[in-house]
Ligand binder design. Structure first.
Ligand code: ATP
Ligand code: MG
Length: 685
């Protein structure tokens, strides 16, 4: 197997790894390697590079056998055709098409709920819910969750939602959000969750695209100390949709009493219905709609950091098997774990790793409605201690924002329950990685830095925490069944130590099947750039030990005097400076170099910006990467323009950097649009 040749192999290396894993040398870091402890590896599902290699080879040589074995752990009402997978990934040979477990029929709600209850886990807590106010909380066992899902499913059927119909869900992180997802899935309806931080325009755009029968929302939500009137946002979106010929007949509204009373909520008789008035009247049992493995499961619009949102469509069977298997192995999941992922269900992470992956494994999940800095920056660790969280999965942006504050917010809590940490969303810079590892995890918990995308459905390149040493900032090696390749500009695979474009060679069960209503855009965006492969859009390099390092989107590569420099690399160097909290780098036109490097930097709380600091930031980059990568301009940025999922919107930064201030485009999907004006004011600072 080609890519396996890259795993630390060679007798010396492997015996070295063995020595370490067997406890002969427990140095915590060597040559940038961070080893899992002996105790951790011993209890892990995959506990050595050899074990991984065996399983990986098997998954590549016999994908049908490998995946059928995992799929067989679930209930299928009808077994799939003898052919487990059929695919055409090569646009030159016709339409791109992936099918997994075709002919099999199943249901994810059944497998996540009924199956676990039948196995004797009905009394196990499925969801702990933690509200915005400390002390405001609740919990649901698997049996209770099933009842709630069935009531809503019965209601949806009653109002005419049928298999294949779309339902838009615009809810904050209340338990009603996963309940709504599971209720749709139970009756074969296709949910499209829209993050409840999106503006009315963004919501309308999505409603117009997928034409739902019902929109499910709540009247309001509290974030920190503010109340946000979600229902009013939905009202405007529905008006906008009507103008575009899409009229939604029903808006099911949950009364979120702690944020707003129903008397204060705007209401449209005939269209709007209170959840609490209808849903509890429906039976607590609801039969399951068995759907084909290739029937649509959900539609999710990507976060939109690169233009018009794409309606990513996932289907049932392959997604079920893939989200469950990746969850289990990447977090080394055990039935006794308490798992908390800080993502919102409005993102793919909240689909695969708040709802489906964990519940399919019968896990206990914590969901949190509030903000991580309310009432103060210690809230996450307060929650970890309260529920004895063992697996904590978050994003680098949260890690960096907490890192800006005093460590005391972390160290005043025990955090002894933690055993695995996780990161997703963007490359995690080594200094944030180390802080997460050393301070949050007390140098005890491996970090699963999971690289994947809305499109991939589940993890693609990720550490298996007990299997091999990590390198801070590297997502390490491919998950089972995944064949990543790095190609050059012409689409030729490059071997060994190299950098280029990250592609995937074959289909995998969790892959998206199309962009809703636009199969052509699906092929053009992902399969045409490098014919014969799925193109991720990300740049990547592979080091001498075969570790994969994601360098950000390829449109984020800057060409300075012929040197190709990943913005992520420069950002990482800047952030390693003790006074720099966050950095975003873009390219600008440069008379001599072709492109110049323009760096926006956010400083650590309390540090003033000065000429001296500017020089030392530039020096940090010179020292770590080289003089050719030294930023031409440092732009002090007290705040950066970010999407609601915490990703930096570089297209806006590019415009600011190049002075095209009247071409900033739509900034309504920013978490805080006011930072844009602030940045413009500071341009000449
Ligand atoms: P859009 O495609 O609309 O621009 P998006 O790509 O931000 O939105 P997602 O699918 O949520 O939406 O994000 C996937 C991207 O996030 C990846 O392509 C990659 O650039 C980045 N990413 C996610 N996890 C990691 C990780 N662990 N390391 C490096 N990059 C990551
Ligand atoms: Mg993307």
């Amino acid at each position: 197997v080609e890519s396996m040749a890259q795993l630390p192999s060679g007798a010396g290396r492997i015996s070295h790894l063995n020595a370490v894993i067997l406890g002969e040398s427990l140095a915590s870091e060597e040559n940038d390697l961070v080893f899992p402890s002996h105790d951790f590896s011993r209890q892990a599902l995959v506990s050595s590079p050899e074990q991984y290699r065996k399983m990986y080879e098997n998954s590549i040589e016999d994908p049908a056998g490998f995946w059928s074995e995992i799929a067989s752990q679930f209930y299928w009402n009808n077994k799939w055709d003898p052919e487990v997978c059929s695919e055409n990934i090569d646009v030159r040979k016709g339409n791109v098409k992936f099918e997994w477990f075709k002919g099999g029929s199943t249901n994810i709600s059944y497998n996540a709920l009924d199956r676990n209850i039948e196995a004797g886990n009905g009394g196990k807590v499925a969801i702990y819910w933690e509200g915005n106010e400390p002390g405001d909380d609740g919990q649901l066992t698997y049996a209770e969750l099933l009842e709630k899902v069935c009531q809503l499913a019965n209601y949806l059927k009653h109002v005419g939602v049928r298999k294949g119909d779309a339902v838009v869900i615009y809810l904050p992180m209340l338990v009603e959000l996963p309940i709504a997802m599971l209720a749709c899935v139970r009756i074969g309806a296709v949910h499209s969750v829209v993050f409840a931080g999106f503006s009315a325009e963004a919501l309308a755009q999505r409603i117009i695209d997928c034409k739902p029968k019902v929109v499910i929302t709540c009247n309001a939500v509290r974030r920190g100390s503010k109340a946000i009137h979600l229902k009013e946002i939905v009202d405007s979106a529905l008006i906008e949709s009507v103008k575009n010929g899409v009229s939604v007949g029903l808006c099911l509204t949950f009364e979120n009493k702690s944020a707003m009373k129903r008397e204060d909520s705007k209401w449209q008789e005939g269209r709007d219905v209170w959840w609490q008035d209808v849903v509890p009247q429906f039976p607590i049992k609801c039969s399951v709609e068995w759907v084909d493995a290739e029937d649509p499961l959900f539609l999710l619009y990507t976060s939109g950091s690169t233009g018009k949102p794409k309606g990513v469509l996932h289907t049932t069977g392959g997604y079920m098997v893939y989200s469950a298997a990746t969850f289990k192995y990447a977090f080394d999941y055990k039935p006794s774990d308490i798992y908390w992922c800080t993502a919102d269900c409005g993102w793919i992470t909240g689909h695969s790793y708040v709802t489906y992956g964990p519940l399919l494994n019968g896990a206990t999940v914590v969901i949190f409605e509030g903000a991580p800095n309310y009432p103060d920056s210690g809230r996450c660790w307060d929650i970890v201690d309260k529920y004895k969280v063992t697996i904590f999965y978050t994003a680098p942006t949260l890690v960096r924002s907490l890192m800006r504050e005093s460590d005391e917010y972390v160290t005043r809590y025990h955090r002894k329950s933690l055993r695995v940490l996780g990161s997703v969303g963007e490359p995690i810079n080594p200094s944030a990685w180390r802080w997460f590892y050393n301070v949050v995890g007390d140098s005890r918990c491996p970090i699963s830095d999971t690289w994947w995308q809305t499109e991939t459905g589940g993890f693609m390149i990720t550490p298996l925490p007990g299997a091999w040493p990590q390198k801070p900032g590297s997502a390490t090696f491919p998950f089972f069944g995944i064949e990543p390749v790095i190609v050059d500009e012409k689409g030729n695979e490059i071997e060994g130590e190299c950098s280029g474009y990250l592609c995937i060679k074959k289909s995998w069960p969790g892959a998206f099947r199309t962009l809703y209503g636009d199969h052509e855009r699906y092929e053009t965006t992902y399969f045409k750039p490098f014919a014969g492969y799925y193109f991720s859009g990300d740049g990547c390099s592979r080091d001498k030990d075969g570790y994969f390092w994601l360098t950000g989107r390829v449109d984020d590569v800057i060409n300075v005097s012929g040197h190709r420099i990943g913005t992520a690399e420069v950002e990482s160097a800047l952030v390693s400076h003790p006074h720099c909290a966050e950095a975003a780098v873009v390219g600008v036109e440069h008379e001599i170099k072709g492109q110049g490097i323009y760096a926006f930097v956010t400083l650590v709380e309390g540090i003033p910006y000065s000429e001296e600091l500017r020089k030392s930031l530039v020096l940090a980059v010179r020292n770590q990467i080289g003089a050719f990568a030294a930023p031409d301009k440092i732009h002090w940025a007290p705040g950066l323009p970010k999407t609601r999922s915490g990703k930096i919107m570089r297209r806006i930064l590019r415009k600011i950097a190049s002075g095209q201030l009247d071409e900033l485009g739509d900034i309504s999907t920013l978490a805080d649009p006011s930072v844009v004006d602030q940045l413009i004011t500071l341009r000449d600072c």
